[in-house]
Design a protein around this ligand. Structure first.
Ligand code: CAA
Ligand code: NAI
Length: 699
């Protein structure tokens, strides 16, 4: 099938877009559409046009991969204006997802008929750091009202066909044969002057007086960064004040400013990086996936229950096994409470909550895991216990089952060696809370089979997670980098940066939460126990002094009401002079002269420690690509997507050469912990980037 095909049904032309996988409006499709519309308009026998897509997509919008190069004519806004201004009625037949430019195309059509199964309609451009650039900010408010349009455009969220019809975006819902329904609808419009959304005037009285001011106030710390949400609000406000032509010019100008911002580039990089992570070298689409329909979880603690919820929410039946009735009951109650809380908050219906809970089978018999296609172990972090458990699972699990460990620090090769089927063993490292955090680190052990990796990646997608491959080492990718960053944070504390200064600097830069506030949230006792087991020496022991003292004061973080900060009843942080005094006293005991550390130094040292460790991880082959590392940081560690990730920052903002210079300067000042990663040094000398390495990898 050609990229655009026209069929005639009497006096109706049906134009069909066919540009797999998502009908992105790339150059070839735009050319095809321009020609198809010109032909339909020139054909006197044609009285109306139906525009539709193929498969599950009407169109997912502009082709994002074209954003890097100069646009080629016909530009989408021109094409869209031509369709709207045409004299023959045009009916969009929405067969599936219509996003961004795809929805803008539908808005330029004179009517919209949608299949009632369509689930994704929206203008998600804000998630790419831009705003709709083909009239979306002007026509959507005219179609569904300013308030609702503003909400959709600034959040980038999707609505389904039923909601869209209720809002006035869809003129007719079709039950079965969408195109026939659209053709019948088109016949009714023949000879009538087509209504044009662009000609509609917005009634200013319908807009709540403080709508824009409130939206501007709420747009601070927007996930798209500092520019896009403000621009989106300006553009929608323009729609309420200007005619379509002037409004479109305003939108276009705002779009152009955003398109060249580093934030838009970072977000677009993040979009492709996330999808690239699913491509595992040497494992192609010919790899047959293992069937995974039933899941077994061992351990109903913090992680076991969170992982269970993640699978129940995706429709899987789950068997959860514990050692004692008490622990099992506690875990099951936690799962039930979370499902009911989600129903109460309106995230799911009460019926959905009940259905999901009904798919849970609690058990005290490990043998019950024998039916599961995938078993995930989430027992205490203890090698002897994990080995014992894997030895038993080897006897229980059915042939071909995937047996995964959720360990965050232990050697997956050693665990796998306890079984006679190490090829079936993989690390599935979820992040807490496992039902919410998007990252899933998929740890490939030495003997993990290709189809186990591919299946794990596919499962990540099925449960709404972002799967990223990691190799075996202490902390894998994410936590190993976190250890370097955390070490630097402690060093900065001893050097004089107070918790609120460290967290303030990093949150001001865009991190969801500063590292010390995160520690208070996660619980300081966990790290304390690990440090005691590891018997630290040297600089590591020095860096442990402040957090150890805090735990020894009985301050375990938010759960005890105090950690690095004190917390009020709303869990609001309160700076505590006692902790400031403790930090000063520890520095004095170590004879470290304290100073005020500026915010930009705090940010630079944090970022460079992350990226330097990332470079080592890359060189060791623990991570496949620098973009995988960034994907982990964006999805598991609260790193702002509009900053691209630590590796992207070095490539695009700091610069490799400057990063190497700064790291060497810090090494001269602070010694071994700042030793430059050989890879980073090499890339700096060659004037190269992490991304270039990735491109080489692909060829
Ligand atoms: N441009 C280019 N490629 C795109 C694309 C787009 N708009 N949308 C998806 N793709 C590609 C993906 O990169 C992926 O490619 P690979 O298979 O090579 O990795 C493939 O299409 C399938 O995508 P997903 O794996 O994401 O498939 P999915 O079914 O899980 O999700 C989707 C589909 C909801 C459409 C999701 O891909 C998505 O959200 N896409 C982005 C939509 C978007 O932001 N549109 C606005 C574009 S900007 C615009 O339109 C500006 C304007 O106003 C003119
Ligand atoms: P937890 O202490 O909350 O839960 C462990 C549960 O396992 C307990 O309920 C215990 O009764 C149960 N258990 C122990 N032995 C068992 C056995 N033989 N059979 C069945 N159940 C058994 O611990 P948590 O935090 O859930 O950690 C579990 C695993 O997940 C550990 O390996 C940990 O390193 C890892 N992890 C933890 C994260 C976290 O943030 N808590 C994050 C990522 C991984």
């Amino acid at each position: 099938m050609a990229i655009v095909e026209t069929e005639k049904d009497g006096e109706i032309a049906v134009i069909r877009m066919n540009n797999p996988p998502v009908n992105a409006l790339g150059h070839a499709l735009r050319v095809g559409l321009e020609q198809a519309f010109a032909a339909a308009n020139a054909d006197a026998a044609i009285k109306a046009v139906v525009l539709t897509g193929t498969g599950k997509f009407f169109s997912a919008g502009a082709d994002i991969s074209e954003f890097k190069s100069a646009p080629q004519e016909p530009f989408l806004p021109q094409l869209i204006d031509k369709i709207e201004s045409g004299s023959k009625p045009v009916i969009a037949a929405l067969n599936g997802t219509a996003l961004g430019g795809g929805l803008e195309l539908a808005l330029a059509c004179h009517y919209r008929v949608a299949s009632k199964d369509v689930r994704q309609l929206g203008l998600p451009e804000i998630k790419l750091g831009i705003i709709p650039g083909a009239g979306g900010t002007q026509r959507l408010p005219r179609a569904i009202g300013v308030e609702q349009a503003l909400q959709l455009i600034t959040s980038g969220s999707f609505i389904d066909a039923a909601k869209a019809a209720a809002a006035g975006l869809i003129d007719k819902l079709a039950d079965r044969d969408l195109v026939s329904a659209a053709i019948a609808f088109a016949r009714e419009q023949v000879g009538k002057p087509p209504p044009r959304l662009g000609e509609k005037k917005i009634d200013k009285a319908s807009i709540p007086a403080d709508l824009f001011a409130k939206a501007r106030a709420a747009s601070r710390r927007h996930p798209s960064g500092p520019l896009a949400a403000k621009a989106a609000i300006d553009a929608v406000e323009a729609a309420s004040e200007l005619g379509i032509a002037e409004g479109n010019i305003r939108e276009r100008n705002l779009f152009r400013e955003l398109a060249v911002s580093p934030y838009a580039r970072a977000l677009q990089y993040a979009f492709f990086a996330e999808r690239q992570a699913a491509n595992l070298p040497g494992i192609g689409s010919e790899t047959k996936l293992r069937d995974v329909e039933t899941v077994g979880i061992l351990g109903a603690g913090t992680m076991g229950t969170g992982i269970t919820l993640a699978f129940l929410n995706a429709g899987f039946p789950v068997t959860i096994v514990e050692t004692t009735q008490e622990a099992l009951d506690k875990g099951v109650a936690r799962i039930k409470d979370t499902l009911s809380a989600n129903a109460k908050r309106g995230r799911i219906t009460a019926a959905q909550a009940a259905d999901r809970f009904a798919k849970l089978t609690p058990s005290l018999a490990m043998a019950d895991l024998g039916k599961a296609d995938l078993i995930i172990e989430a027992v205490f972090e203890n090698m002897a216990l994990k080995k014992e458990v894997f030895g038993k699972l080897d006897k229980i699990a059915k042939a071909g089952a995937i047996i995964a460990t959720n360990t965050s620090t232990l050697d997956v090769d050693e665990i796998a060696a306890e079984t006679k089927r190490p090829q079936d063993v993989v690390g599935l490292h979820f992040f807490s809370p496992a039902n919410i955090m998007r990252l899933l680190e998929i740890v490939r052990a030495e003997k993990t089979a290709n189809d186990v990796m591919a299946t794990s990646m596919a499962i990540a997608k099925r449960i709404g997670k972002v799967g990223v491959q990691a190799g075996v080492c202490d902390g894998f990718v994410g936590n190993r980098m976190l250890a370097a960053y955390g070490g630097e944070v402690q060093a900065m504390s001893l050097e004089g940066a107070m918790p609120q200064e460290i967290d303030g600097a990093l949150e001001g830069w865009g991190m969801a939460m500063g590292p010390l506030a995160v520690s208070d949230l996660a619980g300081l006792d966990v790290g304390y126990r690990i440090r005691k087991e590891r018997k630290l020496t040297g600089e590591a022991a020095q860096n442990a002094r402040i957090p150890d003292r805090i735990v020894e004061m009985g301050r375990h973080g938010q759960k005890t009401g105090a950690g690095y900060y004190k917390y009020d009843e709303n869990r609001k942080r309160i700076v505590d002079p006692e902790i400031e005094a403790l930090i000063r006293a520890e520095a004095e005991a170590l004879q470290i002269k304290q100073r005020q550390i500026p915010a930009d130094e705090i940010v630079e040292r944090s970022l460079l420690r992350l990226a330097n460790e990332g470079a080592k991880i890359l060189e060791e082959g623990i991570a496949l690509r620098s973009s995988d590392i960034d994907t982990m940081y964006l999805n598991g560690y609260g790193f702002p997507a509009w900053r691209g990730g630590p590796m992207w920052q070095v490539d695009n903002v700091i610069g490799m050469k400057k990063a190497a210079e700064r790291i060497k300067a810090y090494e001269a000042r602070y010694g071994a912990r700042w030793k430059i990663a050989p890879l980073l040094d090499k890339l700096a000398a060659a004037g190269s980037t992490f991304a270039a390495l990735e491109a080489k990898h692909k060829t």
